[in-house]
Design a protein around this ligand. Structure first.
Ligand SMILES: *[C@@H]1O[C@H](CO)[C@@H](O)[C@H](O)[C@H]1NC(C)=O
Ligand SMILES: [Zn+2]
Length: 526
C-alpha cells in the first residue's frame, strides 16, 4: 500500500509541475488531460463488488418500474386522522439516515446501500427548513417550538414567541407570549395525549409543546436559580413543575423517558441510587400521583410490562436519573424505544376520540455530538424499529404517522469507497494527498482530528470497530455541532400528501392539525 501511495504522490507532483498552465485545483481536468486512469485512483475499477442480480440491466429497469407503480397505485387519503403519531429523530440529518440504512443492510450481511429504513417506505417525503427566528443553525429548543406549536422562535426558547429574549423570565411568564401546541389542540378535541423520549422528560424536544421558558436549561428550580442568579424569583416556574402542574403538561396521559432528578428534592435518593436535583424541597412525583387518580408510575421495564392497560388512567415512566442510556449500553431495566412505543399505543388507543403522541429518538443527536456514528446510527435503527412497530399496530386509514428531525449534523459520507465498504470503518481504497486512508464518515467539528505532531493526518486503519470509536473531524471542538441543512419529512396516513416539497418546519404541526381537525387553523373537516 505504501508503495502505491508513494508512486501516487510522485505522479501527482509530476502532473502539477508539467501542467503549470492548468488550474491546479481542477483535478478532473488534470486527470483527464494527463493520465486518464489517475482519476480512477481511489476508486474501484472492477465489478466484483456488484451483487450478481444487479449485473443485469433489467434488474434496474424492474426496480424503477416498481417504484413508478407504487406511486401510481397511491390514492390520496383524505380521511380525518383520528390518531397522530409524531416521530422525531433528534439530530437525524439526511446523511445519518443514509448511513443508518447502509448499516442496516450490512448487519443483514448485504452490501447495504440498497437497504431501506421502515419510514423510507412511507409514500410521501418532503424537506423541512430548520432555521430559527434568530439563528441560521438551530438548537433543539427553537425547533421543538416550531414543530409542536407551529411558530418559529429564538434559539434556546421553548413554547414562547420570538419577542421574548433569552433568560427573560418576566417575558416568558407573561401568558401573552405563550404558544399553544399539538398537545393543547389534541386535548381540547378530547383526544388522549402523551410523549416518549430517550433523553429526559425536561429535555428540549418534548417540552416545546408543554413548557413556556426563555431558556431551555430551566429544567428544575436549581437550574433556574443558577441561570438567573440575583434575578431569581419563585414566579419563574421551572419546566418540571410546569409539566406536572400546568396545562397542557398536567393533562398528558402518557409520559415516558429519563431524567427523574429534576422532579425530586436533593434530600431524596431516586430509584437509581442518585440524589434528586431540586432545591425547593418539592417532590413532583408525589404531586403527579396526587393529581392522577388511577395513574401508575413505573421506573423499570419489568414494571412497565406489568401495567394493567385497561385499568390504568395515566402512565408516568422514568427509567434513569438523567438521560436514558444508548441502546447499545442500556441496562436490562431500561425499555427500548420500540417497547415504550408499543405500551403507549396500547394505552392511548383506548380513547374512542383518538390520540396524539410525540415519540423522540433523542440519542441520535448525542451520538452525533460525540462524533460516534457507531452509536448514532444504531440509535437511528432503534428509532426506525419503533416506527415500523407503530405502523404495524395502527391503520393508515385513520392514523397519521409523521417522521422528521429537528436539525441536521455536519456528518459527511465521502470519498469513493467500494460498494458494501463497511460504513463504520475506513474507506479501504481511498487515500488523502499524503497516501493516508480516511474514513467514509467524517464530521465538521469534534474532539478528534487524529493529527501527528506536524499536523499531518495519522493512519487510522485497524482502529475502527468499537461503536464508541470517535470519528475524525476537521475543526477542533469539545463536541460536535449542529448542521443547518434541511432535514427529511416522511408521512403515512390521512393527508400524507401534504407533507411534500420544501416546507417550513413550523408548517408541520399545522398540517397535522388540519388532518386531524384540531386546533384553531384550517381543518380538513371544515
Ligand atoms: C411488522 O410487520 C411485518 C409484516 O407482518 C413484520 O415482518 C415485521 O416484523 C413487523 N415489525 C415489527 C417491528 O413488529
Ligand atoms: Zn444537539
Amino acid at each position: 500500500m505504501m508503495k502505491f501511495a508513494t508512486s501516487f504522490i510522485i505522479l501527482l507532483t509530476l502532473m502539477v509541475t508539467t501542467k503549470a498552465d492548468v488550474d491546479p485545483h481542477d483535478f478532473f481536468h488534470r486527470a483527464t488531460q494527463s493520465r486518464a486512469n489517475m482519476f480512477a485512483s481511489g476508486m474501484v475499477t472492477d465489478n466484483s463488488a456488484v451483487p450478481v442480480e444487479e449485473l443485469d440491466p433489467n434488474f434496474w429497469r424492474k426496480s424503477a418500474n416498481d417504484e413508478i407503480n407504487k406511486r401510481l397505485a397511491d390514492k390520496p387519503n383524505t380521511n380525518i386522522a383520528k390518531n397522530i403519531i409524531f416521530f422525531l429523530g433528534d439530530g437525524m440529518s439526511l446523511t445519518t439516515v443514509t448511513s443508518a440504512r447502509i448499516l442496516k443492510g450490512q448487519r443483514e450481511g448485504k452490501p447495504g446501500e440498497e437497504s431501506q429504513l421502515s419510514f423510507e417506505k412511507f409514500p410521501y417525503t418532503g424537506l423541512s427548513r430548520t432555521y430559527c427566528a434568530n439563528a441560521q443553525v438551530p438548537d433543539s429548543a427553537c425547533t421543538s417550538t416550531a414543530y409542536l406549536t407551529g411558530v418559529k422562535t429564538n434559539i434556546l426558547s421553548l413554547g414562547i414567541g420570538p419577542s421574548v429574549n433569552y433568560n427573560d423570565c418576566e417575558g416568558s411568564m407573561d401568558p401573552a407570549n405563550d404558544l399553544t401546541s399539538l398537545y393543547d389542540w389534541a386535548q381540547a378535541a378530547g383526544k388522549s395525549t402523551g410523549f416518549i423520549t430517550t433523553t429526559t422528560l425536561t429535555h428540549a424536544s418534548p417540552s416545546g409543546g408543554y413548557a413556556h421558558v426563555a431558556n431551555r436549561m430551566w429544567e428544575c428550580d436549581t437550574d433556574v436559580r443558577s441561570y438567573l442568579g440575583d434575578d431569581y424569583t419563585s414566579d419563574c416556574i421551572d419546566m418540571a413543575t410546569q409539566l406536572v402542574t400546568e396545562e397542557p403538561g398536567r393533562k398528558l396521559d402518557f409520559i415516558m423517558g429519563g431524567g427523574i432528578g429534576k422532579f425530586l428534592p436533593k434530600t431524596m435518593i431516586d430509584p437509581f441510587g442518585n440524589p434528586g436535583e431540586r432545591s425547593d424541597g418539592k417532590n413532583l412525583l408525589s404531586e403527579w400521583q396526587r393529581r392522577h387518580d388511577g395513574g401508575v408510575f413505573v421506573s423499570s421495564r419489568k414494571q412497565m410490562n406489568a401495567i394493567n392497560i385497561e385499568q390504568t388512567t395515566s402512565v408516568l415512566g422514568i427509567f434513569q436519573s438523567s438521560l436514558m442510556n444508548y441502546h447499545l449500553h442500556a441496562t436490562e431495566t431500561e425499555p427500548t424505544l420500540a417497547e415504550m412505543t408499543e405500551t403507549a399505543i396500547k394505552f392511548l388507543r383506548k380513547n374512542d376520540n383518538g390520540y396524539f403522541v410525540f415519540i423522540e429518538g433523542g440519542l441520535i443527536d448525542y451520538g452525533n455530538h460525540a462524533n460516534k456514528p457507531g452509536l448514532s446510527l444504531d440509535e437511528t435503527l432503534e428509532f426506525a424499529k419503533a416506527i415500523e412497530l407503530a405502523r404495524n399496530m395502527t391503520d393508515p386509514e385513520d392514523t397519521l404517522i409523521v417522521v422528521t428531525s429537528d436539525h441536521a449534523h455536519p456528518l459527511s459520507i465521502s470519498g469513493y469507497p467500494e460498494r458494501g465498504n463497511d460504513i463504520l470503518n475506513i474507506n479501504k481504497i481511498g487515500y488523502d494527498k499524503s497516501g493516508v486512508h480516511y474514513a467514509t464518515l467524517n464530521y465538521a467539528a469534534g474532539p478528534q482530528q487524529y493529527l501527528d505532531e506536524y499536523g499531518n493526518r495519522i493512519e487510522l486503519e485497524g482502529q475502527f470497530g468499537d461503536p464508541d470509536f470517535v470519528f475524525p473531524s476537521y475543526i477542533s471542538a469539545n463536541d460536535g455541532v449542529h448542521g443547518g441543512d434541511d432535514v427529511g419529512v416522511f408521512a403515512s396516513g390521512p393527508w400524507e400528501h401534504l407533507f411534500r416539497g420544501v416546507l417550513q418546519q413550523n408548517t408541520l404541526p399545522h398540517i397535522m392539525a388540519y388532518a386531524a381537525c384540531i386546533g384553531d387553523g384550517a381543518k380538513a373537516c371544515d
